[in-house]
Design a binder for this molecule. Structure first.
Ligand SMILES: Nc1ncnc2c1ncn2[C@@H]1O[C@H](COP(=O)(O)OP(=O)(O)OP(=O)(O)O)[C@@H](O)[C@H]1O
Length: 300
């Protein structure tokens, strides 16, 4: 469904360059969920926004991201804004946003926003039909965003993302601010959407949420993918020391945080960016380890 190769994104800021995504390669397949996990600021959202052409003017992007659209394909990174608007956003790719409550327009009811999305995308279903599927009552649709609970806003955002029946869903931290039962519910909905044959890219720093829904996990550290593989393997037997540290930091595991802090993306160290925090550092780590066999570590 989506084949990303060598995706890099850098932002020009006064006196510096922010290397937000470096040389990311991965695939998202129909019927499977890939969770992209990593600490805050490692580049997860920038990666998602690059795929949708939603980066600001100070960003430079390289690589390719080939999406299957109908019988053909389209490189999302080379597509014009017009093409992305006409063929991709909402139609081929749906975005479930970070903080659904703030993503919705505050001065319009949920119904008006859902109806607009359906109209724009030329869908024949009505807002009530779509809302019902996501567990919203008709009366809920007549509320304004500030009258919706976090869970209800989430369901409205899901309904809008699904209005054009996209084959690929990108969910960018869709559970921010939700309590655990609602997180689990949101993950179960994502799983259902996936089981219907959609490809799902979930961006999260919540490993428990990722574990509940993901088939595959990509671990990102300081702009690079450092481990990529089946969820059970990455979470059960992580091979990269950072992935192992993330797993150990979970409350139901050792509950020990990874020592130290990630580097500034304006000033990445030469070689492996995790080396300064790594207990297994060696001479070889002075060179950047490539992602080979699902892991980017000289010592894995
Ligand atoms: N327009 C921009 N100009 C300069 N730097 C930017 C811009 N947008 C994002 N960044 C930087 O890119 C880096 C990656 O940000 P990103 O939002 O992708 O992180 P994240 O992993 O999604 O974190 P979080 O989980 O907190 O959302 C950060 O250092 C951020 O400051």
């Amino acid at each position: 469904m989506l084949d990303v190769k060598g995706l890099s994104v850098a932002f020009d800021v006064p006196g510096a360059v922010v290397r937000a995504v470096t040389d990311a390669s991965f695939q998202v397949r129909p019927g499977r969920c890939l969770a992209l996990v990593g600490e805050s600021g490692c580049g997860k959202s920038v990666l998602a926004h690059a795929l949708l052409g939603l980066l600001p003017g100070n960003a430079s992007v390289s690589g390719s991201a080939v999406l299957t659209v109908g019988e053909g394909s389209l490189d999302l990174l080379a597509a014009s804004q017009k093409e992305l608007a006409r063929r991709v956003r909402g139609r081929a790719v749906g975005l479930i946003p970070q903080s659904p409550a703030t993503h919705l327009t505050p001065v319009r009811t949920a119904r008006a926003q859902l109806a607009e999305a359906l109209r724009e995308l030329g869908s024949r279903s009505g807002p009530d039909e779509l809302a019902e599927r996501f567990g919203l009552a008709s009366g809920d649709l007549d509320r304004y965003p500030h009258q919706l609970s976090g869970g209800m806003a989430q369901r409205v955002a899901n309904a809008i993302a699904l209005a054009g029946d996209p084959g690929l869903l990108i969910a960018d931290e869709p559970t921010t601010g939700l309590d655990r039962p609602l997180v689990e519910r949101a993950m179960d909905v994502l799983r259902e959407l996936c089981d219907e044959g959609r490809a799902v890219l979930l961006i999260t720093h919540d490993l428990r949420a990722a574990e509940r829904v993901a088939d595959d996990i990509a671990v990102m550290y300081a702009s690079r993918l450092v481990e990529l593989g089946p969820a059970a393997e990455v979470l059960g037997r992580p091979r990269h020391p950072y992935a192992a540290g993330l797993v150990d930091a979970q409350p139901d595991r050792a509950f020990v945080p990874v020592p130290g802090l990630p580097p500034e993306l304006t000033n990445l160290p030469e070689g492996c960016a995790f080396a300064p925090r790594c207990g297994r550092v060696a001479d070889a780590c002075r060179a950047v380890p490539p992602l080979v066999d699902g892991v980017a570590c000289w010592r894995a």
